[in-house]
Design a protein around this ligand. Structure first.
Ligand SMILES: [Zn+2]
Length: 258
């Protein structure tokens, strides 16, 4: 089996060096994971990476614009199905993958693992001792999440898979999967503790908490930090640890100790 990485030319504050598109080949058959954005030169690079191997499917980890929009056009071009957990803004799956569904290619099985948290529709893909993690786990940074409780459960799920290698949607391959997942779990727990401590010390809005917990965040990532704090507070409020205002989550949303 070989794993070929094709880096999309879309670097940025949320994408690191760009999106990793994976062309995974076994015995002359290939699966393409996360074709990325619709950039013609990237589509050509993926077709190039396929070489003479026969594609069987295009799969997506989730429907964010840096992962999925090229999936339908590429699948049509190659004459194979586009597979994902659910439709999204620029993605319509030909077949929907649920947790545990299998994509066969060559002598291998790629297994869908539903990992909500970054988004509700997020899948990782298990291949032997290797996991393609999309945006569930990235190399070199933590990830933006939509649901903190689901995200923690999905991290624990990945930890329990016991894989050795992580192939992320952004950044380089990680060969010490257990340590990386433990660090992600520890980071989330540290953030929760920091937020609870800051509320206990008197912070009373999401904006104030961002100042305390993300003091060095660059302006370009400030909306993401605000979103993160709100999402984490919603989990802490659900657990009865803080009281969160009813207004839509933003810098002015109020928070107080329970
Ligand atoms: Zn994403």
């Amino acid at each position: 089996m070989t794993v070929r990485t094709v880096l999309a030319p879309n670097p940025g504050p949320y994408t690191g060096p760009g999106t990793n598109t994976y062309v995974v080949v076994d015995d002359g058959e290939a699966v393409i994971i996360d074709p990325g954005p619709t950039i013609p030169e990237h589509e050509l690079a993926i077709v190039d990476a396929l070489g003479d191997d026969r594609p069987v499917a295009v799969v997506v980890t989730h429907t964010h614009p840096d992962h999925a929009p090229l999936a339908n056009p590429l699948a049509t071009r190659l004459g194979v199905p586009a597979l994902g957990h659910a439709p999204g803004p620029e993605f319509r799956p030909d077949l929907r993958l649920a947790d545990g569904d299998v994509v066969r290619f060559g002598g291998r099985e790629l297994v869908a693992v539903h990992t909500p948290g970054h988004t509700a529709d997020h899948l990782c893909f298990l291949l032997g001792d290797r996991l393609f993690t999309g945006d569930h786990i990235m190399e070199g940074s933590t990830v933006v999440i939509d649901d903190a409780a689901a995200y923690l459960r999905s991290l624990e799920r990945v930890r329990d898979l016991g894989v050795e290698i992580l192939e992320p949607g952004h950044g380089r391959r990680m060969v010490d999967a257990g340590r990386v997942v433990d660090e992600y779990l520890a980071h989330r727990r540290l953030r929760e503790r920091q937020l609870l401590d800051a509320v206990a010390r008197g912070a009373r809005s999401i904006g104030e908490l961002v100042e305390e917990v993300y003091p060095d965040v660059p302006p370009s990532l400030r909306p993401a930090a605000t979103h993160q704090v709100g999402v984490q507070l919603r989990k802490l409020a659900d657990e009865g640890l803080v009281v969160l205002g009813d207004e839509p989550l933003g810098p002015d949303t109020s928070v107080r100790p329970r």
